[in-house]
Design a protein. Structure first.
Ligand SMILES: [Zn+2]
Length: 338
């Protein structure tokens, strides 16, 4: 049993720098001395040590959209190292075939599967259900369990999009709406509002704006998106009918009169939304699976061994691994242990 476990851990592991190590050739979402560094998506905890990887890995592998978003964020990857792979496509490196599977998280996100003659291992990275492909019957599945405690559930996860759109529409009746969230999540909300038919102008600061422009280049219908402090944006703001998108870090600094402020957070489990003052709402909107969805994925995937990412998930990852062992009867551990 121990021998078997050791063998599996040679195929999939997590380094103490947060790199998911799959097979022989791949370091995913963290730096390690491997031929290929894979970036599953552009969130900060998944591009750790990317500058180092650009120096010493032969290739940086990501979806075309993720590569272009990284560029918009200021990363410079030499063209000779840039490997682009579409969701659903495969690439052969040495004896291993790597596949990008669909992940419902933020634009550009993927899950990674690595298969060789003798083994098949995978990494979910961040995801939520539905809309995420389930990698079944792997030797080892590595999972990100951000919400790994049993009480970390958002039963409204499927309806929250409608609720958020309603709050935005109500807010626009009174004046401008400011939405605060993380990169990726902001763009996801832009997509959502356009899908629901809102044609209100969007205004964004440089980084958020640049990322939106990349998405527009990929056919996402987000326009009009205007860059803050430009003549055009200032004109629009005079009409008081616009949605302003800002990074969470600015939520305490930006004050606005007669506007509705919406703070997006994944850390609200009591109710889908609540009013915190006269014009501020907290909306429980997350790109991550809640506890119940994590269990659903693992049950269906049923790997021989589950590794829960403790580097990103902390104690909740340890709790989740224990839950999987106890309740689902699947061998599971949380790594790294230190
Ligand atoms: Zn993420």
């Amino acid at each position: 049993m121990l021998e078997q476990l050791k063998k599996l851990l040679r195929l999939a592991n997590i380094s103490d720098k947060g790199a998911i190590l799959l097979g022989e050739n791949f370091a995913i979402d963290g730096p390690a001395q491997r031929l290929v560094r894979v970036v599953t998506h552009i969130h900060a905890d998944h591009i750790i040590g990317l500058e180092n990887s650009i120096r010493y890995s032969a290739f940086i592998l990501a979806t075309p959209l993720t590569h272009d978003l990284l560029k918009a964020m200021g990363y410079r990857i030499p063209p000779s190292k840039e490997l682009r792979l579409e969701v659903g496509s495969k690439i052969k490196i040495g004896n291993e075939m790597l596949v990008f599977h669909k992940a419902n998280h933020i634009p550009g996100s993927v899950q990674v599967e690595v298969e060789a003659d003798e083994y098949c291992v995978g990494y979910t990275s961040d995801f939520k259900l539905p809309g995420t492909y389930i990698m079944r019957d792997l030797d080892v599945l590595v999972i990100d369990a951000t919400y790994g405690y049993e009480e970390w559930n958002r039963p409204w996860q499927e309806e929250i999009e409608e609720l958020l759109v309603d709050i935005v529409i109500d807010g626009l009746v009174r004046g401008p709406v400011h939405i605060f969230g993380y990169h990726g999540k902001l763009q996801e909300v832009m997509i959502l509002l356009r899908e629901r038919g809102l044609d209100v102008p969007f205004i964004a600061p440089k980084r958020v704006y640049d990322m939106a422009r990349v998405l527009i280049g990929y056919g996402y219908n987000l326009d009009p998106v205007l860059l803050e402090n430009t003549r055009e944006a200032n004109e629009v703001m005079k009409d008081n009918w616009y949605v302003f998108f800002e990074h969470t870090s600015r939520s305490t600094r930006v004050k606005c009169h007669n506007c509705t402020r919406i703070l997006l957070t994944g850390w609200e489990f009591k109710e889908p939304f609540r009013k915190v003052d006269r014009n501020t709402w907290i909306v429980s909107f997350s790109d991550h699976a809640d506890f119940r969805q994590l269990v659903e994925y693992v049950k269906e995937a049923h790997p021989k061994l589950l590794i829960v990412d403790r580097f990103r998930g902390g104690n909740a990852a340890s709790y989740f691994a224990e839950y999987v062992r106890r309740k689902l009867g699947i061998p599971a551990l949380a790594l790294p242990t230190t």
